[in-house]
Ligand binder design. Structure first.
Ligand code: NAP
Length: 338
């Protein structure tokens, strides 16, 4: 058996600010080959879980600790995901996802517009992990807006991913207000059909969320937006927290543009971790679910190794003070009509 695995320590927290319980201090990640993950945590009754499982390679077995957050749909979302934006279709994306799954990632974030859903699906299949042990997110691009086009787009994504269901399907952006409600209805219908487990949105500001609530029969489980110390969107955070919508942090490393920031470096040096780990830990302690992208196995490993240390209140406040309105990519929250 290639791997053992195990479920462990659990802790439920009701305050959203403490959505990420401390995992017991443990080893960092090694392991090359893979394993399976006991699915007991998926049946957990609590909102947040800390679980441990083993990854094994020829050098031995290591324990990976990770958290998972319960969505308002009832499904559990692993607290760190691998982003694959700009992981090129073909070898690059396939290798990145395969490597991440071997290291212990259980959550992959792709999108129709990334052009690499098929590579993600192939890597998940080739990992040897049971399908229900990997959480796959994809996103509906705005050219598929409208009920019929969205319904066809969902089936196209399933075919590309080679899977009978997607764990989380997001509207990639607010898109055209005239067809947004019908597009959302297509996602709701696909949940009823068993093609999607949870549905959510991305790049929605508070006015977009309020508008969607006027017609939606299912509340978004997730809002995925750009979030890092230089872009915090406190209004969206407060609204999502109040509504029980989990915030996923995209570009949690600010696309590597701020890893040399002196404040971040100082905290990293004092704690003996990397600047990227500081940013990911900040994200987790804010209650966000960060989605760092890396094609490098070494960086993937260290980006997942963020459950064995904590930032103190003072460091969190210092990082909170870095807000500057930085947008590293696009800004549909500001630019899409309501
Ligand atoms: N919904 C949306 O509109 C939206 C928009 C943007 C992103 N996203 C999602 O969020 C994911 C992450 O965002 P992102 O890709 O924009 O940016 P990011 O994760 O903040 O940064 C990725 C960059 O950081 C580098 N990197 C990763 N780990 C590092 C480390 N430990 N040390 C130094 N450099 C490191 C990566 O290079 P290497 O690959 O060479 O390591 C890459 O250049 C995307 O892949 C996508 O899934 C969604």
């Amino acid at each position: 058996m290639r791997v053992a695995l195990l479920l462990l320590a659990l802790m439920s927290v009701t305050d959203a600010r403490e959505q990420q319980p401390k995992c017991p201090a443990q080893t960092s990640l090694f392991g090359a080959a893979l394993q399976s993950l006991e699915s007991a945590w998926l049946r957990s009754a609590e909102n947040t879980r800390c679980w441990s499982f083993a990854v094994k390679d020829t050098d031995g077995e290591e324990t990976v600790n990770m958290n998972a957050v319960r969505l308002n749909s009832g499904h559990m979302l692993p607290s760190v995901g691998l982003g694959v934006y700009k992981s090129a279709s073909g070898g690059e994306c396939y290798q990145a996802v395969l490597s991440a799954l071997k290291l212990g990632y259980r959550h992959i974030d792709t999108a129709q517009i990334y052009g690499n859903e098929a590579d993600v699906g192939r890597a998940v299949a080739d990992s040897g992990l049971p399908r229900d042990q990997v959480f796959i997110t994809t996103k509906m691009w705005t050219s598929n807006w409208g009920f019929d086009k969205a319904a066809a787009g969902i089936r196209q994504s399933l075919a590309e991913l080679g899977t009978p269901y997607v764990d989380l399907f997001l509207l990639h952006a607010p898109g055209d207000p005239a067809t947004r409600a019908d597009t959302w209805r297509a996602l709701e219908e696909a949940v009823r059909e068993g093609l999607i487990r949870s549905i959510g949105v991305s790049n929605f500001g508070v006015p977009h969320l309020l508008k969607l609530a006027e017609t939606a029969s299912v509340k978004p489980a997730v809002n995925q937006i750009e979030l890092h110390p230089w872009q915090q969107r406190p209004d969206v955070e407060a609204h999502c927290r109040a509504e029980g919508i989990v915030l996923e942090a995209y570009s949690p490393l600010a696309k590597a543009q701020k890893l040399g920031d002196p404040v971040v470096r100082q905290v990293a040096e004092r704690l003996g971790v990397t600047p990227a780990q500081v940013l990911l830990r900040w994200s987790l302690q804010k209650g966000f679910v960060p989605l760092p992208k890396s094609n490098s196995p070494d960086r993937q490993r260290s980006n997942l190794d963020v459950f064995r240390f904590e930032l103190g209140a003072e460091d969190m406040a210092t990082l909170d003070g870095l807000e500057s309105g930085l947008v590293t990519g696009w800004d549909p929250i500001a630019n899409n009509p309501v």
